[in-house]
Design a protein around this ligand. Structure first.
Ligand code: GTP
Ligand code: MG
Length: 201
């Protein structure tokens, strides 16, 4: 699938104010700085659609991007940003939880993981929470260009092994590099297929 058209629609802190167009949407979540906004730009072939930064804590709102006028990609603030204030952390936590539990248009989440770090409790906790709340998700390993090929394979399989300790079946996963456009086609095809599946359901 090709992204022929991508436009920013609206930013919110409240799920009730998100677009009421009933179109399917896919949300990106994960630790601050893991590469959520950059991945959205990579998928859309646009450098400045979503705002990115080398410093964590850039995305602070729920951002809707309308793709091909048919579905949304949703950029969310990251979690685990150590330097955020307590109030800021609580506010983020509340609207992220609200978004995931209330947003009916959400079809699936992409949980982003930076493989350069060992499995982090905060990601494991969030995955568990998604599972407990029956929110479908897949995993996106980011920044593959920062790891050499040999290590990459080992790190992916180590991560899957870790997940197997808790999960009966493993989620779909993608290995990506926004720098090298790795994973663009497979993520877009997955979204295309999912959109077709829900239409025929
Ligand atoms: P928050 O909005 O703070 O939650 O962060 P985010 O997850 O949206 O991260 P963002 O997309 O802003 O990227 C953070 C930094 O990682 C930026 O400096 C990006 O250029 C860099 N980055 C993201 N993806 C990749 C990648 O695939 N490869 C490399 N080398 N750098 C990347
Ligand atoms: Mg961001």
């Amino acid at each position: 699938m090709n992204v022929a058209h991508a436009e920013f629609v609206v930013s919110n802190t409240k799920v009730d104010l998100c677009p009421k167009t009933n179109l399917p949407e896919y949300a990106f979540i994960g630790r601050s700085n893991v590469g959520k906004s950059t991945l959205i730009n990579m998928l859309c072939n646009k450098k400045k659609l979503a705002k990115t930064s080398s410093r964590p804590g850039k995305t602070q709102l729920i951002n809707h991007f309308l793709i091909n006028k048919k579905w949304y990609l949703v950029d969310l603030p990251g979690y685990g940003y150590a330097r955020a204030s307590k109030t800021q952390k609580k506010t983020f936590q509340k609207f992220i939880i609200d978004y995931f539990t209330k947003r009916k248009e959400l079809v699936s989440a992409f949980l982003l993981i930076d493989l350069r770090h060992n499995p982090q409790p905060i990601d494991m906790d969030f995955l568990r929470w998604l599972g407990e709340n029956f929110i479908p998700f897949s995993i996106v390993f980011t920044k593959a260009d920062k790891i050499n090929e040999k290590d990459l394979e080992r790190k992916v399989s180590d991560y899957l092994l870790k997940l197997k300790e808790e999960w009966e079946s493993l989620p779909q996963y993608f290995v990506t590099s926004s720098e090298k456009k790795l994973g663009q086609e497979s993520i877009l095809n997955y979204i295309k297929q999912t959109n077709e599946d829900i239409k025929n359901f």
